[in-house]
Ligand binder design. Structure first.
Ligand code: SAH
Ligand code: SF4
Length: 331
């Protein structure tokens, strides 16, 4: 944006609007297609701010999922996934960091460690890339989830900036309620997020009803205890009055027992929330719960008046499903 403003310094004011329309609405991939701009400006923009996004694209067999392996300017790579849920819903799952420092034991990204945070532009570019792909299909991106690589609340400012750009009516104009952000439970992030006055959906990766097991699955839980986490969620809800979603990974013989379903029901009693039961995508560590175990678990929650949804598996054959995103080091 700063570079753009510099280039547009001598141009009339309405140029910025024209530029935004070309990039976010017309989804051009080269300034030559920005027909409202003078030729000399298009040339200058192509030289100084090229719109090309370098990426390798993989489609799942059923054509519902597309994964992009994007090469950033410094050579680092990230993955972004598009899920075509229905005619009306095309969701882009964006990454917020290259890698992730939190080392959750079940997550492929966690094994990479943190390489660096992404800038807001790099987050927005992931959506632009899929916007361009959807345009070719005469369709568009409708929803954004921050559930790709990285912990969004450890890159707070750039994530918020990206949401604002994507939501901007002069930009992509995506409805604010069509954004969801998933956190492993960084309480400072949750508290800060409550004050943003943004109606973005908040999801919390819970995965266990007890502190002891949660610590084993997610080392960061040692720093952010369950009691602290729930205090933060309560204060978030007091301010926003918004329902939260709890993500619960179903791991065979680890967190999928009847007892644990009861413990979870107790923990969530009285909270405005829903639980998303996530089938575990194997990353070589644990085993996924059986369908029967998931159904039994679900029934107990529902018997205790807890709203439950089951996550559909997308793009396993191209390693695009939750927790499978990881980039191997070069060489
Ligand atoms: N760092 C954030 C957001 C990215 S991970 C977080 O942890 O919430 C998005 C979701 O994918 C999280 O709920 C995470 O627990 C889940 N996930 C990680 N590895 C997974 C795997 N192997 N199978 C299924 N879900 C996984
Ligand atoms: Fe990071 Fe989320 Fe993976 Fe944990 S699950 S390592 S927080 S990306």
């Amino acid at each position: 944006m700063e570079d753009l403003q510099l280039i547009l310094k001598k141009e009339p004011k309405y140029r910025l609007k024209q530029v935004k329309e070309a990039v976010y609405r017309d989804l051009i991939g080269n300034w030559d297609f920005a027909l409202t701009l003078p030729l000399s400006l298009r040339k200058q923009l192509n030289e100084k701010l090229p719109l090309e996004i370098k990426a390798e694209i993989f489609d799942s067999r059923d054509q519902k999922t597309t994964k992009a392996l994007i090469e950033l300017q410094d050579g680092n790579k990230i993955e972004t996934v598009l899920m075509r849920y229905s005619e009306k819903r095309n969701t882009v799952c964006v990454s917020s960091q290259v890698g992730c420092p939190l080392s959750c034991t079940f997550c492929a990204t966690g094994k990479m460690g943190l390489i660096r945070n992404l800038t807001a532009d790099e987050i927005v570019n992931q959506v632009l890339l899929f916007g361009r792909i959807m345009k070719k299909e005469e369709d568009k991106v409708t929803n954004i989830v921050f559930m790709g690589m990285g912990e969004p609340f450890l890159n707070y400012d750039e994530v918020i900036k990206a949401i604002k750009i994507l939501h901007d009516p002069e930009g992509m104009n995506l409805g604010i309620r069509h954004f969801s952000l998933s956190t492993s439970g960084i309480t400072e992030g949750i508290e800060k997020f409550a004050l943003e006055k943004m109606e973005v959906n908040l999801a919390i990766s819970l995965h266990s009803p007890t502190q002891e097991l949660r610590e084993k699955l997610m080392p960061i839980a040692k720093k952010y205890h369950l009691t602290e986490l729930f205090k933060a969620i309560q204060s978030y809800q007091k301010i926003t009055r918004r329902k939260v979603m709890f993500e619960y990974l179903m791991l065979q013989d680890l967190n999928d027992s009847m007892d644990q379903a009861l413990q979870l029901s107790k923990l969530l009693r009285g909270l405005s929330c829903m639980v998303n039961l996530i089938p575990y995508n194997e990353t070589g560590v644990y085993k996924a719960s059986s369908t029967q175990a998931i159904n039994n678990f679900r029934r107990i929650l529902e018997d205790n008046y807890i709203e439950v949804a089951q996550r559909y598996r997308f793009g396993e054959d191209i390693k695009a499903a939750c927790g499978q995103l990881a980039i191997r080091k070069k060489g």
